[in-house]
Design a protein around this ligand. Structure first.
Ligand SMILES: [Zn+2]
Ligand SMILES: [Zn+2]
Length: 253
């Protein structure tokens, strides 16, 4: 299932143009000072026909692997087909989940929306949002960003990399943007008590899990300190599925 999902994202992302995003320096500074990310909804190079196709294919794959029940799959198929419902829904969801605009509603979706909307939209929007992060990575300095959420799109980290210099960079679960974060602080609840962070590695030392004993969440990392290649998120998240099982067995989520 993971491989099929990565495959669609790669195909769509190859078609999405690199967006032309030039935010005002003063606005960028204000966003960062307020802990707000910098990709505005209007910056995302969305081609609705591509998004509808990606949404449909993502829902199909999840359904085929029993990760989505039939009734909910049909809801997504209808959503992908109906040109009028999707744009306001995606706009509302991004504004509520990114925090890019001060004072935006945190209501993610209208009543009756599919229960797995977050999962499906995260995957379907990734090819478009990843292009935004690519466009901004050279242009915006996020070295002062100290938050656990993504400076590009505001979502949570889903993976991390330990650099050869033993720093940790978090990788966004939505746009794949990266940012530096304290190596032993939990990005989900900011717990920085080392006695309450459990860390364990695979036998070959290539991957590591940081699990928080306060909020019970965990994050996997690729340890690049003695590695021959850089992190490859699509490959490494799939290669570490056994680590997810190990973390969950220990009671983490
Ligand atoms: Zn992001
Ligand atoms: Zn925590």
């Amino acid at each position: 299932m993971q491989i099929a999902l990565v495959d669609i994202q790669r195909r769509v992302q190859g078609r999405v143009p690199l967006p032309w995003i030039h935010p005002e320096p003063a606005w960028l500074a204000a966003q960062q000072a307020a802990g707000r990310p910098v990709v505005r909804f209007g910056d995302i190079p969305l081609v609705w026909s591509d998004l509808r196709l990606t949404l449909r294919q993502t829902a199909d794959i999840l359904h085929r692997h029993d990760a989505l029940e039939r009734a909910e799959h049909e809801q997504f198929v209808a959503l992908a087909r109906d040109g009028d419902t999707l744009p306001p829904l995606v706009t509302q969801w991004y504004l509520a989940t990114s925090g890019v605009e001060a004072g935006a509603s945190t209501e993610r979706a209208p009543a009756g929306a599919p229960p797995n909307l977050d999962q499906v939209l995260v995957l379907s929007l990734r090819p478009f949002l990843a292009r935004c992060a690519e466009a901004l990575v050279q242009r915006v300095d996020f070295s002062e960003w100290r938050h656990g959420h993504c400076p590009y799109c505001g979502w949570e980290p889903d993976f991390a990399v330990i650099t050869p210099g033993a720093d940790r960079r978090l990788i966004c679960g939505r746009c794949l943007g990266q940012w530096a974060f304290a190596p032993l602080t939990c990005p989900f609840c900011a717990n920085d008590d080392r006695s309450l962070v459990t860390s364990f590695a695979t036998r070959d030392g290539r991957y590591r899990v940081y699990a928080c004993d306060v909020c019970k969440r965990y994050l996997k990392a690729y340890d690049a300190r003695s590695a021959a290649r850089p992190v490859m998120v699509a490959v490494d998240t799939i290669a570490t599925l056994p680590l997810d099982a190990a973390a969950m067995q220990r009671g983490y989520v």
